[in-house]
Write a protein that binds this ligand. Sequence first.
Ligand code: FAD
Length: 323
Amino acid sequence: MAEKALVLAEVSEGELRNVSFEVIAAGRKVVGDNEVVALLCGDDVSAFSETLIHHGADRVILAEHEDLQNYTTDAYKQAIEQVIEAESPDALLFPHTSPGKDVAPRIATKLDSGLVSDVVELEVDGDEVVFTRPIYSGKAFEKKNVPGSPIFATFRPNNIPPLEADSSRTGETSEVAVEIKDLRTVIKDVIKKTSGGVDLSEASVIVAGGRGVKSAEGFEPLYELADVLGGAVGASRGASDAEYCEYSLQIGQTGKVVTPDLYIAVGISGAIQHLAGMSNSKCIVAINKDAEAPIFDIADYSLTGDLFEIVPLLTEEFKKVKA
Ligand code: FAD
């Protein structure tokens, strides 16, 4: 068993990302009764420390600095490295999010350690931790055991079940003064391209549209369905290339990788590059007018027909269930 896991928690748009709780749960598995320390970097993030403790962290370290308000490689790398040096954890567990994916390999290089990225499952057997990660665009899984210390892994959102919040848990919170210098990037302003709502990579329900949706207006019914289900809207590259929606919604090999509980593919043919981003979804519903569309090969529920008829019907029915 590892003695101390340092877990990177993440705040986005003023809210703790769920993946923080998932990585804490992974940390608990790796250390057993030993210590899980959550590290939170930001400008004004102390309000989140209690929630991290309720979800399983034994201790929270706050690295607060104005240069950590938004993620930049240099600032976060410096802050995290200073905390690692002070804490000497023997396990480092980060979210496999844009910041986590960017900073983890740089830190691994500095530490001269291995790194298992995009982990979806882990098993602990005595001192051995075996990580499972998808390979060949999600067509197969490999099990990896990285000998040596520290154990270092990034975790794909929506795969490790978080621990149930326990409001009676208590733990220590400390602030660490980090020194940040020589920044090569300075963020002056953040302009959001997509409208608010549920974050695609953490959404438990995704309604994704393809070229079959035919226009930006054609996406409107998908937003309505996603809204009723409390989900997010995604897209195929066919749809984003055709400018029916923002590129940031693209799912697949060259887009986001998602693992929601429910993925509704609307007017998407099911090209291999699209499947690479969503085939590990827990339940896949496909709506397509072509009964031979490859998306039906991986769908749990196949609806053959016109999406412009089916999607509004689904929205109406779900509204009734919710009422
Ligand atoms: P299409 O293949 O055109 O499918 C449209 C579907 O809509 C059809 O199946 C049709 O039957 C159905 N349809 C049409 N009208 C209706 C209707 N009224 N009702 C119901 N169904 C209807 N793609 C991605 O998605 N993500 C990626 O990350 C990605 N990366 C790529 C990387 C590379 C290097 C390459 C070469 C390609 C990549 N692609 C990616 C593109 C991919 O190969 C496909 O071209 C793309 O996924 C097709 O998008 P689509 O399914 O929306 O469109």
